[in-house]
Design a protein around this ligand. Structure first.
Ligand code: NAD
Ligand code: WQD
Length: 329
């Protein structure tokens, strides 16, 4: 079985390439390297001992994508390619709408033209907006006011509409919670450009001394200790969730939360990181970050029931692996 992985040189895509190769699939990666480096795929090959075919392609470019579909008969696609910085999407909405929506449209169009029936899409818990946790797949979507979140909700809608009228098209919309950590080899992981937006890469860079101090955005939320609560999921569990979803795909559109079902506060994450890695993290409490919500964690019973998949790795594993990757890179 040959799977096209768009955005496969990125953080989640590269870990999913490993999971796919280890499960016996062959993989073709299409990535424009807008937020990644091709050398990541050399590491994927090192980890798995298998080859990855790479194409430098922008997925919004129909002519190039068409050539790729002519060259390979894919059995399925996993669509990770996208821009993901929430703040940047507020500053550059057109860039986000263009890239994230056109890539979904172009890829889906090629799948339908070439009879590729299996489509797995990277969605996000951000589509739940301010719904109360635990978040359930059946909840009405309340996209947060970020163009990034809108691109995920719109892409989901496009794929749902296509699923409705193409009876053989099988789509999984995977709503990720907060992916963190790295492959235990420490060969691949998250490498944000510049100052990170997300908590875990910020923590590892403070621990490394690249950044002076962590800012905890608010301690007056109605949560266990006043700091924001999220459902952190180890990126390798997330990657395995993709393989499980691919294997269970059936005609129509299915939506799955990929999280652990457990919430962890910012202070709990800091405490765990310090304890398992034997480090001290300098931090200060600052004002809330605009747009943040108090808590966000998944109800994972549907994925467990239908995909026979659940996250196995602990928050301690996430902290150990994230730090090992930072130290090695
Ligand atoms: P990433 O930036 O590491 O990977 C995305 C990859 O897509 C990069 O390699 C980038 O170069 C590539 N890309 C972007 N636009 C492209 C285009 N038009 N054509 C070809 N390649 C393109 O991000 P990630 O964290 O691995 O996220 C993967 C997907 O999961 C994204 O769609 C993201 O929105 C989604 N997601 C991520 C998170 C998260 O917290 N990391 C959470 C929920 C959803
Ligand atoms: C986690 C918690 C912050 C940084 C974002 C996107 C979401 C999804 C995942 C793509 C919050 C707090 C953070 C810091 C802090 N991405 N924090 N100091 O905001 O839950 O989700 O990434 O789909 O769409 O919005 O993740 O890691 O930024 O924040 O105190 O320096 O850590 O307030 O409570 P978030 P995050």
């Amino acid at each position: 079985m040959l799977i096209l992985v768009t955005g496969g040189a990125g953080y989640i895509g590269s870990h999913t390439c490993v999971a796919l190769l280890e499960a016996g699939y062959s993989v073709v990666v299409a990535d424009n390297l807008a937020n990644s480096n091709k050398t990541v795929l050399v590491e994927v090959e090192k980890i798995t001992g298998k080859k990855v075919q790479f194409y430098l392609i922008d997925v919004t470019d129909e002519a190039n994508l068409d050539r790729l579909f002519k060259t390979h008969q894919f059995d399925g696609v996993m669509h990770f390619a996208g821009l993901k910085a929430v703040g940047e999407s507020v500053e550059k909405p057109l860039l986000y709408y263009h890239n994230n929506i056109l890539s979904t449209i172009t890829l889906a169009k090629k799948c339908l033209e070439y009879g590729v029936k299996h489509f797995v899409f990277s969605s996000s818990a951000t589509v739940y907006g301010e719904n109360p946790s635990p978040l359930l797949e059946t909840m009405e979507l309340l996209p947060r006011t970020s163009p990034y979140g809108e691109t995920k909700a719109i892409s989901e809608q496009i794929l749902k509409d296509l699923g409705r009228v193409n009876e053989h098209f099988a789509v999984a919309l995977l709503r990720y919670f907060n992916p963190v950590g790295a492959h235990q080899s420490a060969l691949i992981g998250e490498k944000p450009d510049g100052v990170p937006n997300n908590l875990m890469p910020f923590i590892t860079q403070v621990a490394r001394g690249k950044l002076k101090k962590l800012r905890v955005f608010g301690n007056d939320y109605p949560t266990i200790d006043g700091t924001g609560v999220r459902d952190y999921i180890h990126v390798c569990d997330l990657a395995e969730g993709h393989v499980a979803a691919l294997e269970k795909l059936k005609p129509g559109v299915c939506i799955y939360n990929l999280g652990t079902g457990r919430g962890t506060s910012v202070l709990e994450l800091i405490e765990t990181f310090e304890r398992v890695n034997g480090l001290k993290l300098p931090y200060e409490i600052t004002a809330r970050r605009p747009g943040d919500i108090a808590e966000c964690y998944a109800d994972v019973s549907k994925a467990k029931r239908e995909l026979c998949w659940q996250a196995r790795r602990t928050v301690a594993d996430m902290c150990l692996d994230a730090w090992r990757f930072e130290e090695n890179n």
